[in-house]
Write a protein that binds this ligand. Structure first.
Ligand code: G3D
Ligand code: MG
Length: 171
């Protein structure tokens, strides 16, 4: 393969993006993807495995990943998540009940692998991800080690207390 061909291939690679579509079931993820792809949108059925569609848009090749419900193929998702460039969250605007729950959803970020030498402390991860800019949701970053189990429970306890406080406020 000549140098020019390699360079061309690298350029093409740069114009490939991987997008992950998430949201509650029935939000319309599969329909949205089909519509974007110019397919018939009548009669989608619950996504059992997953859909990957490659769309062309503005000179970009978009590999869009629509994750369904239960799937024995979940072990394959990993490879995909690792190189996600963008995350699309689809909401069912007519589902008032579940919308309320989403609005209040609490975010817990585990800064894992704190047992490794050289691991960035939770505060540094907090800065790198600019978590302080999140004002719409209650959030917390918890340094932990899933390997040793250290500080997993404080994270989980905070999450449950937070959700509990929201769903069943004290009298
Ligand atoms: P999901 O992949 O997020 O689980 P689906 O959701 O794409 O399977 O869609 C769930 C249901 O919502 C489908 O209806 C679908 O037709 C409907 N839907 C998706 N997008 C829209 C939209 O923009 N407007 C309306 N009115 N309905 C939409 P069924 O009846 O097949 O369950
Ligand atoms: Mg679906």
């Amino acid at each position: 393969m000549g140098l020019l061909t390699i360079l061309k291939k690298m350029r093409e690679k740069e114009r490939e993006l991987r997008l992950l579509v998430l949201g509650l079931d029935n939000a319309g993820k599969t329909t949205l993807l089909k519509r974007l792809n110019g397919e018939d949108v009548g009669g989608t059925s619950p996504t059992l495995g997953f859909n990957i569609k490659t769309l062309e848009h503005r000179g970009f090749q978009l590999h869009v990943w629509d994750v369904g419900g239960q799937s024995s193929l979940r072990s394959y998702w990993r490879n995909y998540f690792e190189s996600t460039d963008g995350l699309v969250w689809v909401v069912d605007s007519s589902d008032r009940q579940r919308l309320q729950r989403l609005a209040g959803a609490t975010l817990l970020v585990f800064a894992n692998k704190q047992d490794l030498p050289g691991a960035l402390p939770a505060g540094a991860i907090r800065q790198a991800l600019d978590l302080d800019s999140i004002r719409s949701h209650r959030w917390r970053i918890q340094g932990c080690s899933a390997f040793t189990g250290r500080d997993l429970l404080p994270g989980l306890d905070w999450l449950l207390d937070n959700i509990g406080g929201r769903l069943c406020p004290p009298d």
